[in-house]
Design a binder for this molecule. Structure first.
Ligand code: NAD
Ligand code: UFG
Length: 337
């Protein structure tokens, strides 16, 4: 408590919600973002909601010199590293951008932290590292594999972190594998503001409901799932934010490294998500069945017990609340920030 945390990618979807959570819990924040996929308005809204200030710098994590200078000025005790590119589809067409940003950016950050003697890190990984899962629910011990360059970039950073921790036992590293973040801050002031056409289901649903898009394409209805559509583990972004708080607290109280899933453990199909969003918004959501999306898996949901045992954390908010919060955000901010 009272310590200063560096948050990279702080203006982004998960970073901004986590900043509110940390500020409200009494931590101090130095926030950086290059704003390649976000708006500085998110930073204003964070301070508005938390009722406290943070120090924000427009900075690219690949800029080692600027990062080092910042770390010399600010007395940082730990880092939460959200900064990165996250579109699976873009990663297939622009793999070098993904490796440069996600892998080289992480190495640049780690070198700067190493130089300044900062040895506590929370890393944003993803359920994408499970590739095509061989079993659901997926435990952390499941085999890892990749299906696209984005996933490879996340797995590469996980492996780099393992090697780093081996090389220097002072490191305390929390690797958090998120399932499918959804929803928004309950105030409707903070939420996901994707640039261009959303690649993910929840923001797409919200944009159809608000009238920005005509209909939802349901990517495949012939999967081996109860209703034939893809099953995922949607987790409320504020639950996810609390998960970061719990991970950070653990790093300050225990040595060693850990990797945990952050999910609810509940599988939800595309059609169930559409129905829940219709109930939350009171809007009919036109939909059309479309071919399967390349690289999609039938079913992906977490075994969520490890985070509970290790961190005393579990997801609390249900799908209905994710949809109503996502809708409030979209309705109040139809064009985003
Ligand atoms: P986001 O795009 O909203 O946030 C990422 C932020 O990082 C953006 O504000 C962007 O401008 C910034 N950024 C990107 N490259 C940067 C760089 N080189 N230097 C400084 N800032 C940079 O994405 P998000 O949904 O908040 O995701 C946060 C992290 O969680 C990412 O690492 C992502 O891969 C991971 N993740 C996201 C999901 C998801 O579905 N949203 C799932 C699993 C993991
Ligand atoms: N879907 C549709 N129509 C759409 C968008 C999605 O039917 O317009 C379906 C997908 O086929 C899938 C489900 O909705 O069955 C969820 O799709 P998302 O794109 O929202 O999420 P994914 O599970 O495919 O991918 C997300 C993140 C990835 C991350 C992965 C695992 O986008 O970055 O979760 O954590 F790697």
């Amino acid at each position: 408590m009272g310590k200063t945390i560096l948050i990279t990618g702080a203006a982004g979807y998960i970073g901004s919600h986590t900043c509110v959570c940390l500020l409200q819990a009494g931590w101090h924040i130095v926030a950086i973002d290059n704003l390649c996929n976000s708006s500085a308005r998110a930073i204003e809204r964070i301070t508005e909601l938390a009722g406290r200030d943070l120090r924000f710098y427009t900075l690219d994590v690949r800029d080692y010199a600027a990062l080092s200078k910042l770390l010399q000025q600010e007395s940082v005790s730990a880092v939460i590293h959200f900064a990165g590119l996250k579109s699976v589809a873009d990663s297939v067409t622009r793999p070098l951008d993904y490796f440069d940003n996600n892998v080289c950016g992480s190495v640049s950050l780690l070198r700067a932290l190493h130089q300044q003697g900062v040895r506590k890190l929370v890393f944003s990984s993803s359920a994408t590292v499970y590739g095509h899962p061989q079993q659901v629910p997926i435990p952390e011990s499941a085999a890892l594999s990749v299906t696209n360059p984005y996933g490879r970039s996340k797995l590469m950073v996980e492996q780099i972190l393992e090697d780093l921790a081996q090389s220097d036992h002072e490191w305390r590293i929390a690797t958090l594998r998120y399932f499918n973040p959804a929803g928004a801050h309950e105030s409707g002031r903070l939420g996901e503001d994707p640039r261009g056409e959303p690649g993910n289901l929840m923001p797409y649903l919200a944009q159809v409901a608000v009238g920005r898009r005509e209909y939802l394409s349901v990517f495949g209805d012939d999967y081996p799932t109860p209703d034939g559509t893809g099953v995922r583990d949607y987790i409320h972004v504020m639950d996810l934010a609390r998960g970061h708080l719990a991970a950070l607290e653990r790093l300050f109280s225990h040595s060693g490294n850990f990797t945990v899933n952050l999910g609810t453990g509940q599988g939800v199909s595309v059609l169930q998500a559409v129905a829940a969003f219709e109930r939350a918004s009171g809007k009919a959501i036109p939909k059309r069945i479309a071919p399967r999306r390349s690289g999609d898996v039938a079913s992906c949901y977490a075994l969520a017990t490890a985070a509970q045992e290790l961190l005393g954390w579990r997801a609390e908010k249900k799908l209905a609340q994710m949809c109503s919060d996502q809708w409030r955000w979209q309705h109040q901010n139809p064009e985003g920030y």
